[in-house]
Structure formats: C-alpha cells, structure tokens
Design a protein around this ligand. Sequence first.
Ligand SMILES: CC(C)(COP(=O)(O)OP(=O)(O)OC[C@H]1O[C@@H](n2cnc3c(N)ncnc32)[C@H](O)[C@@H]1OP(=O)(O)O)[C@@H](O)C(=O)NCCC(=O)NCCS
Length: 173
Amino acid sequence: MSGWTLRPMGSADVDAVWAGEQEPSIAAGLIHEPPTREVIAARLLEPPDAASHQVACGPLDEVAGYLEVRPIHMQGVSCGSFSVWVLPAWRRQGMADALVAEAEALSRARWGLHTLLIGVFEDNAGARSLYTRRGYVEVDRQWWWPREGPRRRVLLLSNQPDPRWMRRVGFGA
Ligand SMILES: CC(C)(COP(=O)(O)OP(=O)(O)OC[C@H]1O[C@@H](n2cnc3c(N)ncnc32)[C@H](O)[C@@H]1OP(=O)(O)O)[C@@H](O)C(=O)NCCC(=O)NCCS
C-alpha cells in the first residue's frame, strides 16, 4: 500500500482514533489506558494553539497512523512528548518514522522544545528499534502498573541525552 500523507485532524476523525486505540496491538503498546470517545473528541476540537496537537497519516481522509504531541514539564524541565501508533495493515512503510519526525518538528515550531521524551515498554522491540534508529537513547527506566494485569517495565528514551535526564525523573513510579 502507498499514497499516504500527513494531515491535521478534526472532529470527523474521532471514531477512527477511538477504534485505533482499541486495536489490541496498539492498546498493548501504548502506556496509557485507552481514552474515551469524549476525551478524544475534546482533544481533536482543541484550537491550534492548545497544549497538544494531533496528526493523522494515511490515504485521503483515513487514519492509518496517529500522532499526538504535547509539551510536558517534569522537575522544572520542559520537553516534548508524544504518542504514536500505526494500524497493523499499514506497518513497515515508514509511517511511524514520518510521524515521529513530525513530532520533533512540531515540538520545535510550536513550543521551542528540541528535547523529546518517550516512554516505551521494554518488550516493545519494534517501537524501540524505531526510536533507536532516530537517535533516541535510554535515560531512565520505571515500572508501569496497568489497571489490569501485571506491572511492565518502561524505558524512558530521549533524542537529546541531556545529563539532566540521566537520573530518575518520576515517570509513572
Ligand atoms: C511501533 C509502530 C508505531 C511502528 O510503526 P511503523 O509505521 O510500522 O514503523 P515504520 O515503518 O516507520 O518503521 C521505521 C523503522 O522502525 C523499525 N521498526 C518498526 N517496527 C518494527 C518491528 N515490528 N520490528 C523491528 N523493527 C521495527 C525498523 O527499523 C523500521 O525501518 P525498516 O522498516 O526500514 O526496517 C507500530 O508497530 C505500532 O503502532 N505498534 C503499536 C503501538 C505502539 O507500540 N506504539 C509505540 C508506543 S511507544
């Protein structure tokens, strides 16, 4: 499959994002409980200068891949963070790579933030390979306790191995 582009999102995308967040491999890879339709709708209807930004990847008006990027503030340090997923049928075509590049560009352009932090489950080999290839390195590791099931190890990766991150930053544990 080919012929996809990145585009900003709106209210017409709510159901597609909600369905994507329920897809089992996506739900298993993301370090958050799946958001409700109402939460997704509220985010997609935020004005462009709001504290998060959503980008779709796919052909025409489809949502084959999804990015949400936002500024975060931890222990006095500001940086960008993001969530990214791609539907199984569209994987290994460079969509996630394009979406992470967009997260980096948006973070710089909207908030002046060059450092991004991303949490990834230790057993998520595909996502770890994606980030490593883009120059992200591990700066911390923590535990994640999902609402159900056993705890899982999370690696905190950054594109800027700033010494400020080479210590525990209180990420989820
Ligand atoms: C991880 C995920 C976003 C990757 O999406 P994708 O569009 O298939 O990734 P890309 O095609 O951009 O891959 C870019 C590179 O990342 C690496 N990569 C991506 N998926 C991989 C996999 N399953 N196994 C090994 N390497 C992988 C490869 O180096 C790949 O380049 P290549 O295809 O030329 O070898 C997708 O598998 C997904 O949505 N998983 C579930 C949700 C999730 O885990 N999100 C990330 C949470 S931190």
